[in-house]
Every structure is written in structure tokens, then in C-alpha cells.
Write a protein that binds this ligand. Structure first.
Ligand code: GLN
Length: 476
């Protein structure tokens, strides 16, 4: 088996046909991790013993029960879990040394669902501490490298999950997306990454960053694989009152349906100075593929885009300062001094924007801007079905390039965080390569339009097959 090529779809078929066993796949996965993770640093903790035990049990189940794949749709699928997800009995650090030795007594809902569906956890992945960042460099455990070029970042904050899937160390990488953190690593690592509608997937048991923004998504190599995982993770959870009783879509069933007549909007505010010319070109080439598939393209406007970053960097630190206040060194974790520079910056900023006398001027104003941004999208979706934009204005950048300039780092998310402000879904898919580096393209839709996004992305992927281009560990 070639782990770089393998998808969830292939794996299930191979397990059914007995081309390989769960145990063989699991062993091969860990031998890949042992060989390559020293270079990539995607994992903080491995769970090999449990994984092998689980795999053996599943091999027995396959022998005993011919229907097992209907009951456990992700049977034997190796999953790399972002270290923000609590995992029973497995160390969970949030990428921070504050809780560097925390072993949770329970599983987050998404982990429970993945395990019930037969997925096998390979380990916990590196990330920007608490989810603060766009490159993975804000980790307390040494940054993850991009498997396509080891001198570059894999995107953050779910950096380890993205890199792990890209180098074949798992078939799914779980992530959280508060402003970009699933879509950016997907874009930088040549993967498919979904930020679902706010409320589509339970956040119970996931260490909170900014609660009115946080969503739980995942990265995979292909659109089919991504849709398959969402079928498992989506849905109402009594433990998370923000989940919505909207029917879970048939995400894999709609794949292959025609997109003839689909109206695609191109926001003029996203194609401006600061966008790498070659990325612009890549996206425009991809639009021609959509046209060939029967879609029509029109320019649209999202007039409040300019204010999105400012609103995001007032609202998010406000919520961050509130959520992180529980790590006061008294009840949980280590002393506050152990917080990294970025967490400290956000705690200070958020405490300021929420303080009396400043609350109206900053927090309340930003909350109003948020509504305007949401309305921008609502108006746009009266004219078009889907909005397309680049995932990032730049290619994966060099490690260290933006660490001294928080503002430059924040701007990596300029096309992504408006989606979180509005609570709508965004799907980053592969748009090809520029200078041997992956380019991501984002599809945005109205709330709960995940089926439409997947169906649109699937036909595009069938035409282009960029997921077949694998990393070569350049500069390794
Ligand atoms: N890069 C953004 C931030 O640092 C988003 C991070 C995320 O989605 N977790 O706030």
C-alpha cells in the first residue's frame, strides 16, 4: 500500500476485499510516522499501543460480520487529532505548556462519534497554542514543517493535523476553525478542509478559543473523504446547546450531481493588491473548470470586507480573554507566566476591549460590524449560490518569516475570517500548484449549504485531480 496515495474510499474497499488488514494499515502508518515525523513534527503524542489493539479487534469484526462497514462507516481509518480535542486517557495540551501534562478523563463528542464509527486514533497533533495563529509557530513544542517544503509552514493553527494527512500519517486530521485554522492548513498542504456552519458539529470537549466563532472541521485528501467524515461528526449534541437540530445532509450521496446553472460569485474585494499574482491566476484557471462544468461566474461585492479583520481582532481576543481566565494557575494548569506571547497579547487586548468605558467603543462596535458582514453575505447569496475566493493571499511562507510581525501573520486569514464572523460554511479545496507549492481555493455558501459545497467541489476535483500530487519533503 502507498500511504501517500491512499484515501478513505480506497481503504474501505481494500479492507472489504481483504487487500490489506486493519492491522497492516495501522502498522504501516506508524512505521511512516516513525520514519518521517522527526522531520515534520506533526505529532505531540502517539497512541500506538491502543491503535494496534483496536486494529486487531476490527480485523476480527470484519471476519465475523459482513455488514460491519454499514454500522461503522470509518472502520480502520487512521485519524490524527488536534491537541485541542480532549481524548480520554491521552495527553491533551492545546499546544501549550500550561496544561502540558493534562490527561482528560473523557472524550469530546466528535472523538466519541469518530471512535464509534470505527476510526483509529494515531495520536495528537501539534498546533498553535490554544488555536492562536496561522502558521503553527505559536506552539510551545517546536513548529511543524510543511511536507511539500520543509523550510515552510504548513498553515495553522491545526498545523500538525494538516501536515500529518499530507504525508500519509493519517487519513483524516481533525481541526478547529475559529478564523481559518482548518482551511489554511488544508490550503497550504494540498488538502480538502471544511469549516462547517456554526452549530453543525458539537464543540463539547474541545478546549474553547472564542466561543461564538469556534467550529469543528477536518482535513482529508479528497472531497469524498471529507463528506464521509462530516456524515459521522455532524448533528445535534445535548452537551452543546449551540448545535442546531437541522437534518444532517447526505454529503456523500450528492457527489456526482450536476452543477449546470450554478451561479458562482467572485467578490471583488478579495481580488485586490496583496494577493499573489500567481495565486490570482491559479484561481482564475480553476474558474474556467467550473464554467466548463456548466457554472456561470459573476462579480459580486462584499462591501464590509475591509472591516472584517478589525472586527475579528476585537471580538476574538475578547472571548479568548474570558475563556483563558480559567487557566489562572489556581484551579487548572501551571502559572500564568507560562502563557506564550500570543496568548498574553490576546488576554491583554481582550481585557481592555471588554473593560468598562471601552466596551461600547470597541466590543459593541465590532459586534455591530459583525452583523453588517453577515448581511453582506446574505445579500450576496440572493444573487449567487456559491462564492469562490483564494484560501490565502500568499503561498505557504517560510518558517520565521512572519513571527516578528503579528499583523502580517493575522493578514494570512483575510479571506477566511469573514466566514467565521458570518457563521457560514467554507470549504478549502486544491487549486493546483505554483512554484511547486499548493494553492488553496475556498468555496463559501449560505448556512447549512455543506451539501452544495461538496457537490460543487467534487466535480471540480474529478476534472483536476490535484490531490494526486504528493509531497516530496523538499529541503529535508
Ligand atoms: N489565525 C486566526 C487566529 O489566530 C484563526 C485561528 C483559528 O481558527 N483557530 O485567531
Amino acid at each position: 500500500m502507498d500511504l501517500l496515495e491512499l484515501t478513505i474510499k480506497d481503504t474501505i474497499e481494500a479492507l472489504k476485499d481483504k487487500t490489506f488488514s486493519c492491522l497492516e494499515l495501522t502498522k504501516e502508518t506508524f512505521s511512516n510516522i516513525k520514519k518521517n515525523d522527526k522531520k515534520i513534527n506533526a505529532f505531540l503524542t502517539l497512541d500506538e499501543e491502543n491503535a494496534l489493539k483496536q486494529a486487531k479487534e476490527y480485523d476480527d469484526l470484519i471476519k465475523e460480520d459482513a455488514q460491519i462497514f454499514d454500522k461503522k462507516p470509518l472502520l480502520g481509518v487512521p485519524v490524527a487529532v488536534k491537541d485541542l480535542f480532549t481524548t480520554e486517557g491521552i495527553r491533551t495540551t492545546a499546544g501549550s505548556k500550561i496544561i502540558g501534562d493534562y490527561i482528560p478523563p473523557f472524550n469530546s463528542t466528535v472523538i466519541k462519534k469518530l471512535l464509534a464509527a470505527g476510526a483509529i486514533i494515531t495520536g495528537k497533533t501539534n498546533q498553535d497554542a490554544w488555536g492562536h495563529g496561522s502558521s503553527g509557530e505559536n506552539t510551545d513544542y517546536e513548529p511543524t514543517k510543511n511536507p511539500y517544503d520543509l523550510t515552510r509552514v504548513p498553515g495553522g493553527s491545526s498545523s500538525g493535523s494538516g501536515a500529518a494527512v499530507a504525508y500519509g500519517a493519517s487519513l483524516v486530521g481533525t481541526g478547529t476553525d475559529t478564523g481559518s485554522s482548518v482551511r489554511l492548513p488544508a490550503g497550504f498542504c494540498n488538502l480538502v478542509g471544511l469549516k462547517p456552519t456554526y452549530g453543525r458539529v458539537s464543540r463539547y470537549g474541545i478546549i474553547a478559543m472564542a466561543s461564538s466563532f469556534d467550529t469543528i472541521g477536518h482535513m482529508t485528501k479528497t472531497v469524498y473523504d471529507n463528506a464521509k467524515v462530516l456524515e459521522v461528526t455532524a448533528g445535534v449534541d445535548p452537551y452543546d446547546s449551540t448545535t442546531v437540530p437541522e437534518k444532517v445532509g447526505s454529503y456523500t450521496k450528492v457527489l456526482g450531481q450536476s452543477i449546470k446553472g450554478l451561479k458562482i460569485g467572485l467578490p471583488k474585494e478579495y481580488f485586490v493588491e496583496g494577493l499573489d499574482k500567481k495565486i490570482d491566476e491559479s484561481i482564475r484557471n480553476s474558474l474556467q473548470v467550473f464554467e466548463k462544468l456548466g457554472a456561470t461566474i459573476q462579480e459580486i461585492s462584499l462591501p464590509y470586507t475591509d472591516y472584517a479583520m478589525a472586527a475579528y481582532y476585537i471580538l476574538v481576543p475578547s472571548e479568548v480573554s474570558s475563556n483563558l481566565s480559567r487557566f489562572d494557575g489556581v484551579r487548572y494548569g501551571k502559572a500564568r507566566e507560562v502563557f506564550g506571547a500570543e496568548a498574553k497579547r490576546r488576554i491583554m487586548l481582550g481585557s481592555y476591549t471588554l473593560s468598562s468605558g471601552y466596551y461600547d467603543a470597541y466590543y459593541l462596535k465590532a459586534a455591530k460590524v459583525r452583523t453588517l458582514i453577515k448581511q453582506d453575505f446574505e445579500k450576496a447569496f440572493e444573487k449567487v449560490d456559491v462564492i469562490v475566493a483564494p484560501t490565502s493571499p500568499t503561498l505557504p511562507f517560510k518558517i520565521g518569516e512572519k513571527t516578528d510581525d503579528p499583523l502580517a501573520m493575522y493578514l494570512s486569514d483575510i479571506f477566511l475570517c469573514p466566514v467565521n464572523l458570518a457563521g457560514i460554511p467554507g470549504l478549502s479545496i486544491q487549486s493546483g500548484f505554483v512554484d511547486d507549492l499548493p494553492v488553496g481555493m475556498q468555496l463559501m455558501g449560505p448556512q447549512f449549504s455543506e451539501e452544495l459545497l461538496y457537490k460543487t467541489a467534487y466535480l471540480f476535483e474529478k476534472e483536476t485531480e490535484y490531490y494526486k500530487i504528493h509531497p516530496k519533503f523538499k529541503n529535508g
